[in-house]
Ligand binder design. Structure first.
Ligand code: PMV
Length: 346
């Protein structure tokens, strides 16, 4: 980079929700109706990489995503940038010169090494990465997870590694809606995640729109909210005890409930395809042949499957997948992802 440019590059991982976030109580502050729990994946295979740069010679703010220029007129993007700058100004100690970089124009360049907006949590990794990179560029410290939340709700969980809870909080201003690590990435080293890329197409209903419609029209969503706290307690216990059998059952039930809510939404939303349903049946068939659960699935707002299992069962599961999907795309099965950490290369 030229001498007059100051820049930072960061990587951020994807997280997959075990107890799903679906529905907001405040659209602007991105406050959820329920708490959620996720696991952050290893960022070698699936990650967002973002470079942020400022220069006194840049003429305007600009942004590129996967090599294509994007409009900066995006309310979420603007809110993230202005919050980071606000924190930077707040840090200024009396008598300090205001950080001149705040006045300079900003360039953002972000790319994912996996399909974007296909229900693979690209926005979570992307916004976590942008916020982290900006915080380094402007020298901001503190709870940046709350700022990541303003970009994409689920992004606040990608700021931490391992197993993470996003507590919904009760305050109107969102001060108590924050994330916390339940267990670090080293806690359950035997856990593995396979991702089955059923489709790399952009999802037909963005999660923001889907959630909104569900909140307005689904009775089941409101029913679900009653049961979430108990589920969260149970999955926390399963994680802490490394009880895969219970972990698998709770994870699958919660994924199914999310998609049931989507179908209960009017007009209905279906993110799952025939292949997704086939994968679910296959998982239940595998589990039925065993005394305890060997595999679990989870689907976000898209048809792609996240399969959880223990390391010792990976060869068996891979054999079964190759048997049932012999002619699938070589990229159908994406890596073996262990719980990961939020690690940055600056
Ligand atoms: O953070 P958003 O607005 O992309 O919504 C994420 C919604 C789900 O991925 C379906 C669930 C979750 O908790 O990540």
């Amino acid at each position: 980079a030229p001498d007059d440019v100051e820049w930072v590059t960061c990587d951020s991982p994807v997280n997959i929700a075990l107890i799903k976030y679906w529905g907001k109580r405040d659209e602007k502050l991105i406050l959820p109706l329920n708490s959620s729990v996720s696991v952050t994946l290893n960022q070698e295979e699936l990650r967002a990489r973002t470079t942020v740069a400022v220069s006194r010679n840049f003429k305007e703010d600009k942004m590129w995503l996967n090599g294509r220029e994007q409009s900066m007129k995006n309310a979420r993007l603007q809110s993230v940038i202005s919050q980071i700058k606000r924190l930077c100004r707040k840090r200024k100690i009396d008598g300090d010169q205001p950080n001149e970089k705040l006045q300079w124009k900003l360039h953002i360049c972000s790319e994912n090494n996996f399909p974007t907006a296909a229900g693979l949590a690209s926005s979570a990794a992307g916004y976590a990465c942008l916020v982290y990179a900006l915080s380094k560029l402007y020298g901001v410290e503190g709870d940046i997870s709350k700022i990541a939340r303003l970009g994409s709700g689920s992004a606040c969980r990608s700021i931490h590694g391992g197993f993470v809870i996003w507590n919904k909080g009760d305050a109107e201003d969102g001060e108590d809606s924050s994330t916390e690590q339940i267990a670090p990435e080293t806690h359950w080293p035997e856990l593995r995640v396979l991702i089955l890329v059923v489709s790399d197409q952009t999802k037909h209903t963005a999660s923001t729109v889907g959630m909104q419609t569900s909140v307005e029209t689904s009775d089941l969503l409101h029913q679900r909210l009653q049961g979430v706290p108990k589920r969260i307690e149970r999955i926390k216990k399963a994680i802490l005890r490394k009880d895969f059998h219970s972990f698998a059952e709770i994870t699958m039930k919660d994924s199914n409930q999310l998609h049931a809510v989507c179908l209960d939404t009017y007009p209905p939303i279906s993110y799952l395809t025939d292949t997704s349903h086939h994968i679910m049946q296959l998982v239940h068939a595998i589990n039925q042949d065993n005394s305890s659960n060997m595999v679990a699935y989870s689907f976000d707002a898209g048809p792609n499957a996240f399969l959880f299992m223990q390391e010792k069962d990976v060869p068996t599961v891979l054999d079964i997948l190759h048997y049932f999907y012999p002619n699938s795309d070589p990229h159908f099965i994406r890596g073996i992802h262990v719980p990961g950490k939020h690690d940055t290369h600056v």
